[in-house]
Design a protein around this ligand. Structure first.
Ligand SMILES: Nc1ncnc2c1ncn2[C@@H]1O[C@H](COP(=O)(O)OP(=O)(O)OP(=O)(O)O)[C@@H](O)[C@H]1O
Ligand SMILES: [Mg+2]
Length: 353
């Protein structure tokens, strides 16, 4: 089912939690709703589910306007951070419960529950109580229960935040697998950019209730529309070099050093700017457009060697092959790739190059 959100706004008193959001969620996709705490993710999800009334705007499920419908008329599956399983019921009873409400005959609902248990790989625990399961297993039961009614839309609000790091990675891969197998349109809320990037077809990036960018994680990473998007995606965080625009070039703060890159439009001299550089865009040995740098530190994270350099007095972290000889305190030359290097207006965050 395709979801269309049109000019959706939610106000709580004077404050606007979601501000005039218009996006389309394609049918059968897993969409990550990404952004920092308080940016309106849960509010959007709760309006999709019908738990929260909208202030203005419309929500369509395919061609159907569901804006005024109550949650039970929307045919959605919901999973929250605290899975809220019924503790006194077995796993089987938990999954069957929504089907019982729907008055499905007992034999049929047990069959369906067993299919779902198979899908989420919890068949061997059907007779256990939730308290006798690990966090990840409980989470999968919650997903099975949400899928039991054959929802046309599955809504997951930070479903992995109660799990430890390893289980989080495993469970998110499970969610991806289950989503592909069931092919149900799914919205997955997270504030973790890596989580969003690793499992979603599409990312919706929010800041303070305002849509920043929608696209694949790759598109957001390679073509961020503004400074916020460039800074929110990627680890280590994108390097930020401060300076201003002068004669169509970037000039480093308190330095004569300049860097030329193709500006998207004419920019007034003296405009404060940030040259944003991904760590993998630092090139050593240098090619064209060389910049002088000092080596401050180098250390390895797994297979990559991350080096800390200083350039015009500002710190720059770059991945430099471990085979390349670097002396701490030594002077080197670097260049920057075209890819992963952006220029932003320091005040507005607008992308200038
Ligand atoms: N019931 C409410 N009454 C008043 N303000 C609210 C209410 N619910 C949410 N807000 C405010 O709306 C904004 C968005 O909240 P929301 O819960 O959607 O954020 P979120 O992106 O889900 O954050 P988190 O990652 O912390 O869960 C916040 O500023 C929050 O304080
Ligand atoms: Mg939330």
């Amino acid at each position: 089912m395709k979801i269309t959100i049109e000019n959706l706004t939610k106000k709580f008193g004077d404050s606007t939690a979601v501000d005039n959001l218009s996006v389309t969620l394609e049918s059968g996709k897993l969409i990550a709703l990404l952004g920092p705490s308080g940016c309106g993710k849960s509010t959007i999800l709760n309006m999709l589910s019908g738990i929260l009334p909208v202030t203005s705007g419309k929500i369509f499920f395919d061609e159907r306007d569901v804006t005024g419908l109550s949650p039970d008329k929307r045919n959605i599956g919901l999973v929250f951070q605290n899975y809220a399983l019924y503790p006194h019921m077995t796993v089987l009873e938990n999954i069957c419960f929504p089907l019982e409400i729907k008055k499905m005959p007992k034999k049929q609902r047990i069959e369906r529950a067993k299919e779902l248990a198979e899908l989420v790989r919890i068949s061997e625990y059907l007779q256990r109580k939730p308290g006798e399961l690990s966090g990840g297993q409980q989470q999968r039961v919650a997903i099975a229960r949400a899928l039991a009614k054959e929802p046309e839309l599955l809504l997951l609000d930070e479903p992995l935040s109660n799990l430890d790091a390893k289980l989080r990675v495993e469970t998110r891969e499970e969610i991806r697998r289950i989503q592909r197998a069931s092919n149900v349109t799914t919205v997955f809320v997270t504030h973790d950019q890596e989580e969003a990037s690793s499992i979603s077809d599409d990312v919706i990036l929010m800041k303070k209730g305002v849509l920043q960018q929608q696209g694949t994680a790759r598109e957001l990473y390679d073509q961020p529309v503004n400074f916020f998007a460039a800074d929110f995606l990627g680890a280590p965080p994108i390097n930020k070099l401060y300076g201003f625009v002068e004669n169509g070039q970037f000039r480093f703060e308190q330095s004569e050093l300049r860097y030329a890159l193709p500006l998207r439009r004419q920019i007034k001299d003296g405009t404060p700017a940030i040259l944003a550089v991904r760590a993998e865009s630092v090139v050593v040995p240098a090619e064209e457009n060389r910049l002088p740098a000092t080596v401050v530190e180098r250390y390895s994270i797994n297979k990559d060697e991350l080096s800390i350099l200083k350039i015009a007095g500002q710190e720059l972290r770059g991945f430099i092959s471990g085979d390349y000889p670097l002396t701490i305190g030594g002077e080197i030359e670097i260049s920057l790739k075209d890819r992963g290097v952006f220029l932003f207006d320091r005040e507005t965050g607008e992308r200038l190059a």
